[in-house]
Design a protein around this ligand. Structure first.
Ligand code: NAD
Ligand code: UDP
Length: 312
């Protein structure tokens, strides 16, 4: 199958490229390299089934992709709060203009197209754990809104193309994912804590560390994306690990696993930081026969090994 992955040089995208190449598919990796990196996909470059197209999805796709495309995974969007707030207008453009370009291209090609949505569409949730029927609690005016509202309108666009043009769509809501090839400077909690611990620098817990997240290892997530694409249910479906942990607990575990002499310090909590997050994955189990298999200890040790070998 010919598969287009937008955002394919990013953290999740590069693992998805690898997974699908191993499956025997032909992959076009499209990326504008805003947060993606050549080194994430360097090991795939010699594979004759792998092609890279540098392109920004806010520009039309039809003149840059000549092949017939069977499936599209739309991952093109900066994902960490530091990166998506760096240029909020570009983040909104990726999720509006960019998503329209991807959908138009899918319409032209008759491709099936999957949107990488996010748990952020639930905002600071009042329902716990979050089920797909929950409509969310997002501040439209806050610093996270460029991403949260962008991803919400992207879901709306996907549903409208589906209703109006009968486009073959899939929507997944991805919860916090971690693993090798996270960018060292993306400001996310797992990469920050590991880099700080390995350099014996202070570990920066924001707030009192009682806020929770549920972390999914990237290999599990990629399997979930694949299962979602290759079944009949449109979605949305939550993909994430249900193992909920406080941020202070994560700081302690990473200090421990890295045998670091770092101190834990407490900084102010960013505006609109969700207090709790945990997916209800009943739908993913039922429709995709999917649930995560890799526990936190195993996943975090692999991630620490990656940062040990890649840190400059
Ligand atoms: P990432 O920043 O590593 O990857 C995003 C990729 O998209 C990068 O390679 C970047 O260069 C590219 N990109 C950004 N804007 C683009 C544009 N306009 N045109 C072309 N390429 C563009 O992030 P990630 O963690 O790999 O996330 C991938 C997708 O999954 C994103 O859509 C994100 O919103 C979603 N997601 C991720 C998580 C997570 O925990 N990692 C959680 C929820 C949703
Ligand atoms: N966080 C933290 N220290 C850091 C980076 C993040 O305490 O150095 C906190 C952040 O405030 C949030 C949680 O960890 O409560 C997860 O943050 P991340 O940016 O990884 O993801 P998101 O907020 O998008 O879930």
């Amino acid at each position: 199958m010919n598969i287009l992955i937008t955002g394919g040089a990013g953290f999740i995208g590069s693992h998805l490229c690898e997974f699908l190449l191993n499956n025997g598919d032909k992959i076009i990796c499209m990326d504008n390299f805003f947060t993606g990196r050549i080194r994430n996909i360097k090991h795939l470059e010699d594979n004759p089934n792998f092609k890279v197209i540098p392109h920004d999805i806010t520009q039309p796709l039809r003149n840059v992709v000549k092949e017939h495309i069977d499936q599209i995974y739309n991952l093109a969007c900066p994902a960490s709060p530091v990166h998506y707030q760096f240029d909020p207008i570009e983040t909104i453009k990726a999720n509006t203009l960019g998503v329209i370009n991807v959908l138009e291209f899918a319409k032209l090609n008759g491709s099936r197209v999957l949107q990488a949505s996010t748990s952020e569409i639930y905002g600071d949730p009042e329902i716990h754990p979050q089920v797909e029927t929950y409509r969310g609690n997002v501040n439209t005016l806050g610093p996270r809104a460029c991403y949260d509202e962008g991803k919400r309108v992207a879901e709306t666009l996907f549903m409208d193309y589906h209703r109006k043009y009968n486009l073959n769509i899939r929507i997944v809501r991805i919860f916090n994912t971690y693993g090798p090839r996270m960018a060292e400077n993306d400001g996310r909690v797992i990469s920050n804590f590991i880099v700080q611990a390995l350099k014996n620098k202070d570990i920066t817990v924001f707030g009192d560390g009682s806020q929770t997240r549920s972390f999914c290892y990237v290999k599990d997530l990629v399997q979930g994306l694949y299962n979602m694409m290759n079944q009949d249910y449109v979605g949305p479906v939550n993909l994430g690990n249900t193992n909920e942990t406080t941020i202070i607990e994560i700081a302690k575990k990473i200090t421990n696993y890295t045998k670091s002499s770092s101190k834990i310090i407490f900084n102010s909590l960013p505006e609109d930081d969700p207090k709790q997050r945990k997916p209800d994955i009943s739908l993913a189990k039922e429709k995709l026969n999917w649930e995560p298999k890799i526990n936190f200890e195993e996943g975090i040790k692999k991630t620490i090994e990656y940062f040990k070998s890649s840190l400059s």
